[in-house]
Design a protein around this ligand. Sequence first.
Ligand code: DAH
Length: 330
Amino acid sequence: MQDIINKIDSALNLDELEQIRLELFGKKGSITAEFNRLKDVEPENKKAYAQSLNIKRDTLTAKLNEKKLSLESEYIKSKMKSEAIDISLFNEPLSTGALHPVMETMDRIIEYFVAQNFSIETGPLIEDDFHNFEALNLPKYHPARDMQDTFYLKDFRLLRTHTSPVQVRTMLNQKPPIRMIAPGSVFRRDLDLTHTPMFHQVEGLVVEDGTKVSFANLKYILEDFLRYMFGDVKVRFRPSFFPFTEPSTEVDISCIFCSGCGCRVCKQTGWLEVLGSGVVDPNVFEAVGYKNVSGYAFGLGVERFAMLLHRIPDLRSLFEGDIRLLEQFK
Ligand code: DAH
């Protein structure tokens, strides 16, 4: 009996233990065989034989169960150990990417206007003549429609040359008051130090009923915005022309590289041109069916802002997909 108990004790796993149980209590097991022999025992010895056999069975069954429990708990423990994750372990620092400087600049611009209660509107990259030109008071003979500037597609469609068509779409879909920006990519046939065929703009439009919106509102928000982006700069509104605004202005900031003293970047003028804007031309309102409203609009090139903020000399380097460029902006 002791040798059986030793055997049970030395079982290494649940399979082995089950094997031992079958050897004892299975159909051909040794204990089963001993029970079968009971009928051949002489009547006067039967009781004693049965009693000792019962004790043997109970002892071995208890031993098997005890061993089973301990093997099971060992199995669970080893499984927990092998599958455990030590969250306190130090690892190599994760290598993270960096936001592209254009997107980072875009995010900052959007952040400002969202805080000023502007909604974000979007429009298609493939536009038609009406939304991209006609409704914006850009008549058929306007030079901006020239093949040199615009990518024309089949069926009078084109790649939008600015984000201004989103103004038109928003006004056609909503009633005043409107207070929106439209960030997105635009396309022009252009390639040099400061121009790429695809670049990004943020368009802005504010419209209210009656005569509530004036040039003063435009001046306030753009000055505030430009100081948010560039810090303590002077802001200058220079008379200009855009078909969709009247009056129109181009907005300059005092040069952030020479503080207005004159340098190579500002071409010795002390000023940097950063955006276009104006009071919305009545012809634009007429094209979208708005009556008795007033508004202002503005548009800016995100790459221009990124170049100034990060002193990037060649715009084309932003779109060459060279990872070393991004690594400088981590
Ligand atoms: N759409 C103009 C461009 O692409 C930028 C612009 C200028 C937008 C003046 C405006 C604006 O809304 O009022 O150059």
